[in-house]
Design a protein around this ligand. Sequence first.
Ligand code: NAD
Ligand code: IPM
Ligand code: MN
Length: 352
Amino acid sequence: MKIAVFAGDGIGPEVVHEAVRVLEKLDLPGMELIEGDVGGAAWRKHGHPLPQATIDIAHAADAILFGSVGDFDCDHLERHLRPEQAILGLRKELTLFANLRPATVFKGLEDLTTLRAEVASQIDLLIVRELNGDVYFGEKGVRTLDDGRRQGWDMMSYAEDEVRRIAHVAFRAAQGRQGRLCSVDKANVLETSQLWRDVVIEVAAEYPDVELSHMYVDNAAMQLVKNPGQFDVVVTGNLFGDILSDQASMCVGSIGLLASASLGETQTQYGTKGLYEPIHGSAPDIAGQGKANPMAQILSAAMMLRHSFGLEEQAARIEKAVATALANGVKGGDLGGSAGTREIGDAVVSAL
Ligand code: NAD
Ligand code: IPM
Ligand code: MN
């Protein structure tokens, strides 16, 4: 079981350290961890945020445990050298087009969210975010117009096969849950979204057991705080999914709690090859202070055991240990508590 560990920048190494301790506690036979450099840390060492050596490790691994990348000191660099290119590059290089971002409120901890407890308690949703297309990967640039003004531009597009493959992932996910799928787009304005909607409707014919609905993204942002319990599976494009998942994280308590799996179609001898990362970033404002909540990273490791190694029982054990730690009052600053990164890691390890 080869696991590539790319810790990255800011709080990435701090939270990855705790997730690795949790994995080691499980004492899984044959588990091998291989570290690699990504992000600003890789740029400082090798002059590139995603060095070839790291790409090689990613290809050889069965799964990747990813921390976070992002370093404000690098924001002046040309775009292809910025830390974020490491995660975007890995998603593209490994064709990890399906990003699963589950958001479920921890039972008994409904008071932790900024929503009213009776609203938050209803949340059990899965955002299926497309990860290889959209305005993220289109041509882009800054040009000077004839009248001398600078104009920034980014090309948004989705090809029908890109929509079809993520739609299949979402419909199958809905079949395994409550059987409801909401496709979120901006078809009232964007041609890209109209095609998205048309293709999702075509794919729906193959899933008569799933109830499909459509929602514009602005309304979805509103509904997510008004009545998040209405959602089962949400499927959406790369940009809308990025934004809505940060919002969903606050609905269940904190961005320090939301894990994700990025999957493609590559099968290994153990399961589906994937990359696992929290949805949060490198949090430069708290980096190096031992304050970051490692739970999202730990829960990402649980998703890795489930999807890439078929270890459902161990994945569920980790999730239960996190819930136990929270129920015991071990909360980071992001949840209004005072526990530090290490203390939270200790609590999860001892709950295991
Ligand atoms: P962020 O998610 O890093 O931080 C947003 C806020 O949430 C900050 O106040 C931060 O302190 C807090 N926060 C985030 N994770 C936390 C945790 N585990 N525990 C406690 N508090 C936590 O988003 P940002 O500030 O917009 O971005 C910072 C950098 O991270 C940028 O360079 C951005 O590009 C990058 N980023 C990377 C990823 C990734 O690697 N997948 C994801 C998002 C942002
Ligand atoms: C995320 C992040 C990334 C994204 C950035 C760092 C490129 O915000 O994983 O949510 O926008 O996909
Ligand atoms: Mn994001």
